[in-house]
Write a protein that binds this ligand. Structure first.
Ligand SMILES: Cc1ncc(COP(=O)(O)O)c(C=O)c1O
Length: 415
């Protein structure tokens, strides 16, 4: 599938005075044109309208069942959340015209941060303009030369990028392997600080970090612990409060509680919740807080309202679990490998790029909006269809999606 098309990156308009100008754009890993010609390219498709029950109207494809989004509790379009966003626009407008430290701090930001801190049972919280920058800014500003950061191998790219930007030593342990994790802790040399970072739910595999053991080892080896709850907030725990609730661990188990406002929470932004000392530090030292604009008013208001809705409507968490169990049981019974997923993220392993993109196309042609995820995002041999279940899918849609994926798997020789 990797076709070397040497002509596509040549500069068509070379500068007349520069004889051997190198191309501005480096060679891409995938031959996009090849996939487009084969009709296998389904990225950047345009949604024209969000419809009820996790349906979307997609330009050129019509009404589709959304099985690729992160609206885990189906909160997008919730009337209370929409009303909060609209009221924020009426009061503050659509932007802040500034960074938080100078002119961009609104009462809404303070209220949202207090709401997040209460929800995650922390002393304080800070918000950033995205989950990605939250990780990059927090990790790179906290760590110094001589410190060590220890990560699960499958941590999200934003954590990896934060670690690469930091001046600390960067080591990784095999995914959710506690023996290897302890070995890594033992290998740390010097007297610097140790920071362990893990995803709560892993974004590509859907499995849950072994938090009881990770936190026990952190205490034993004097390491601080940061957990990214992008995919566990609103999903894990009987009332959706996340990973500590899931394992019945105390609220102070995690030193740095990170999450996004773009998945279960239908807005944009990211947060860190933790001690007052940590939050004061980040508000004055994290470069993406100092030098980048605040979360816009409608997003801040929507996010704040969404935390209220999660607590007021716990039946959504139960519905998500019911939908996941039904969907995963059907696919596993048919013979699909779904790795160790226990959450809304369902990796349907296809074992090759060709099989993954063909199964995705089969589903897309039958009205399911779902994507193939291939190497290097996932390891070679674990190329997959990545399906995300929502509380707002109907059981009829869940069954339909399972039936189509199973029929496609049989037709394409994956099963
Ligand atoms: C585990 C994890 N952390 C962080 C992020 C970044 O969040 P955002 O999309 O809000 O920037 C993502 C996004 O997919 C994620 O999966």
């Amino acid at each position: 599938m990797h076709i070397d098309n040497g002509s596509i990156n040549k500069n068509p308009f070379p500068h007349p005075l520069i004889q051997h100008q190198l191309p501005l754009v480096p060679k891409m890993r995938h031959d996009i044109e090849y996939y487009k010609k084969q009709g296998l390219y389904f990225y950047l498709e345009t949604t024209e309208e969000m419809l009820p029950n996790s349906h979307v109207r997609v330009s050129g494809h019509g009404n589709m069942i959304m099985l690729g989004g992160y609206s885990y509790l189906g909160l997008i379009g919730h009337p209370q959340i929409n009303a909060a966003a609209q009221a924020a626009i009426d009061r503050f407008g659509t932007g802040t015209h500034g960074v938080r430290l100078l002119a961009g701090s609104l009462t809404l930001h303070n209220e949202l941060e207090a709401r997040i801190a209460a929800f995650k049972q922390a002393e304080a919280a800070i918000t950033f303009s995205s989950g990605y920058v939250t990780n990059v800014a927090t990790i790179s500003s906290l760590l110094r030369k001589g410190d060590t950061v220890i990560c699960d191998k499958l941590n999200h790219a934003s954590i990896v990028d934060g670690c690469l930007l930091a001046m600390a030593d960067f080591v990784r342990f095999r995914h959710n392997d506690m023996v290897h994790f302890e070995k890594r802790l033992q290998e740390v040399a010097g007297n610097g600080r140790k920071l362990v970072i893990v995803d709560g739910v892993f974004s590509m595999d859907g499995d849950i970090i072994n938090l009881p053991e990770v936190s026990r080892l952190c205490r034993q080896y004097d390491a601080y612990l940061m957990v990214d709850e992008a995919h566990s907030l609103g999903v894990l725990g009987e009332t959706g409060h996340g990973i500590e609730e899931h394992f019945g661990l105390p609220a102070d188990t995690v030193d740095i509680k990170m999450g996004t406002l773009s998945k279960t929470i239908p807005a944009a932004g990211g947060y860190i919740a933790g001690s007052q000392e940590l939050i004061t530090f980040l508000k004055h030292e994290a470069r993406a807080f100092i030098f980048s604009a605040a979360v816009p008013p409608p997003s801040a208001a929507a996010a704040k309202a969404a935390f209220d809705v999660i607590e007021a409507e716990p039946e959504r968490i139960q519905a998500l679990q019911t939908n996941f169990t039904r969907f995963a049981n059907r696919l596993r019974a048919a013979g699909f490998d779904l790795l160790q997923t226990e959450t809304a993220i369902v990796p349907v392993i296809c074992k090759s790029t060709a099989a993954a993109v063909r199964l995705a196309k089969y589903c897309q042609d039958k009205g399911i909006f779902v994507q193939a995820v291939v190497s290097p995002v996932v390891p070679v041999g674990q190329e997959r269809l990545r399906a995300c279940v929502s509380a707002s899918h109907t059981l009829t849609d869940i069954d339909y999606c399972a039936n189509v994926i199973i029929a496609g798997g049989c037709k394409l020789g994956i099963l």
